[in-house]
Design a protein around this ligand. Structure first.
Ligand SMILES: Nc1ncnc2c1ncn2[C@@H]1O[C@H](COP(=O)(O)OP(=O)(O)OP(=O)(O)O)[C@@H](O)[C@H]1O
Length: 270
């Protein structure tokens, strides 16, 4: 396996001129079940996610945020329309390890150290592919010195950092994150929000991030994809016109308050 350093990709935030599309979602429907039990989770959803961008997704419970992320990740089949990931099918992209998924629950193996958890994807089918060094990734997520700690010896926030490092070890172009900080206390979550932005800028990874938190969606995202429910559909794809690097105090500015007020208004209409 070829270990490579975490090459600094072109700054994601300053890369908006290069509009190659990482994920294209075109007229996508997802229907679960059949006949009178059929649930239309997504209806005619279209959105293009530029390479290197950080997109947050928000919407009422059950509007299909996770389903959209899972369809992109080839975990859920689409019933209509088309998804392409870096120009190929989600299945091909999964085989090529074009993306990694981070869930709310970090699901680490409790008997393996932090560094061995980070390296796990390399042991299951990662042979021959370029990858990042687990130790370097633990440093990237702020866990230098805790390489040998077992998950049970780490806090919830630290475990989620390990999960993020593990997701990055195969050097995916795209990171799909489904409420990764939803179970954490507010202070830890704030800190991880700032750190995720730093990681994004250092790696240039395209990130799609599902959240229930309006401030989190606005703080992280270059654009916020607002989904409405029954059936799940795009309500608005709203740009967040705040410069990066963003620090937490930006949330106290009038601009930020106006953005979150607009998002709240959109969600009330969903
Ligand atoms: N495997 C499945 N089988 C049947 N229905 C499903 C399945 N997965 C999701 N659904 C339904 O699809 C709809 C969208 O669910 P999804 O989990 O994508 O919503 P969500 O916006 O992520 O919700 P939440 O914010 O509560 O996590 C819901 O009505 C849900 O019940």
């Amino acid at each position: 396996m070829a270990a490579t350093a975490l090459a600094k990709a072109p700054s994601a935030a300053s890369n908006s001129a290069a509009q190659d599309i990482a994920v294209s979602v075109k007229n996508v429907d997802v229907v679960f079940g059949q006949d009178d039990k059929a649930v239309t989770a997504l209806s005619n959803v279209s959105v293009d996610i530029p390479e290197g961008s950080l997109i947050t997704m928000i919407g009422p419970s059950g509007c299909g945020k996770s389903t959209l992320l899972r369809a992109i990740a080839d975990l859920v089949p689409v019933s209509g329309g088309e998804i392409t990931v870096l120009g190929r099918s989600p299945e091909a992209a999964r085989r090529d390890r074009a993306f990694s998924f981070v869930f709310q629950d970090p699901t680490l193996l409790p008997w393996r150290s932090a560094i061995d958890n980070v390296g796990l994807p390399l042991e299951v089918g990662g042979g021959g592919t370029a990858h990042a060094e687990p130790a370097e990734l633990l440093q990237l997520v702020g866990l230098k010195g805790r390489e040998q700690a077992l998950p049970g010896e780490l806090s919830g926030g630290m475990r989620q950092r390990v999960a993020i490092a593990r997701a990055l070890v195969t050097r995916p172009k795209i990171l799909l994150m489904d409420e990764p900080f939803g179970a954490l206390d507010e202070i830890t979550r704030d800190k991880l929000n700032e750190e995720l932005l730093r990681i994004w800028q250092e790696t240039g990874t395209t990130i799609m991030f599902v959240t229930h938190s309006i401030p989190e969606a606005a703080f992280l995202g270059q654009q916020v994809l607002v989904l409405a429910s029954h059936p799940g559909r795009v309500k608005e794809f709203m740009p967040v016109d705040l410069p990066y690097p963003r620090r937490l105090p930006v949330r106290d500015t009038l601009e930020f308050v106006q953005i979150t007020a607009h998002l709240r208004q959109l969600l009330e209409e969903c």
